[in-house]
Design a protein around this ligand. Sequence first.
Ligand code: F6R
Length: 240
Amino acid sequence: MIEVQNYDEMSQKAAGYIIDKVCQYPNIKLGLATGGTPIGTYKNLIADHQKNRTSYRKVTTFNLDEYIGLSGNDKNSYRYFMNEQLFNHIDIDKNNTYVPLGDSKDAEKECLRYEELIEKKGGIDLQILGIGSNGHIGFNEPGTSFYAATQVIQLAPSTREANARFFKHVEDVPTKAITMGISTIMKSKEILLLVSGESKKDAMNKLFNEEISENFPASILKNHPCVTIIADKAAVSGLK
Ligand code: F6R
C-alpha cells in the first residue's frame, strides 16, 4: 500500500502510475471507474497529456459500470462523465472506449455482450477501482456472488444516497445498474485501488482486518496476485 497525505497526492501518484504504464505499453487496456475518487487522477492525466503529449491513441478502455435507463447523452450517465472528465481532453479514439449501454433494450443481453467484448479484446491489463463505504467495487453490492460476470444489480440505498450528490434529488438516482462482476474485475491482470477520505475509513478497516466474504465485496481483492492500493491519511486513519 502506498500511503499519501491527501486526495491531491493520491491523484498525482495514481496518474503517474497510469502514465508510466501507458508509456511502457501503448496498447494497454485500462479498466476505468467513475465517482468522485478518480476525478483528480483524470485531471492529472489531462494535464500530463497537454504538457508531455503522453498519447492514448492506441489505448482501449472499459468502464466498470453504467446506470440502467440513462443514455450516454444524459448528463448523469457514466458515459457522459467519462467524456467530460477524460476522453474529450486526451487523444484517445472514442471508438476504443467502452461503457456498458445503460439504455439498451435488453440489459441482460447487454451484460453478456459487454463481458464477451472484454474477453474478445484480450482482457483488462490495469483496472482502476474506487471502493464504496459498504465495500462495493464496481456496483457489486454486499451479497453479490464472487463468481458473477457482468450483471444487472439493484443499487443499495446507501449507494444511491452517496451518489445523490451528482443528481438533483435522491429519487432521480437510478435504482439499477449494469456492472462488471467480481469475476470480471478479478480477471484483470493488475488492479489499482484508490481510497481517499474519512468516509472510507471503516471500509479500509474491514478490508485489512476482516476475512474474505461476499458481505464485503472488496475483500476478494486479497486473492488477487497484483493489487496496489493508494490511500490517503484520512482513509487509513482508523486502521488497527
Ligand atoms: C464507479 C464505481 C464505484 C465507485 C465507488 C466509490 O465506477 O464503480 O464502485 O468507485 O462507489 O465512489 P466515490 O469515488 O464517489 O467515493
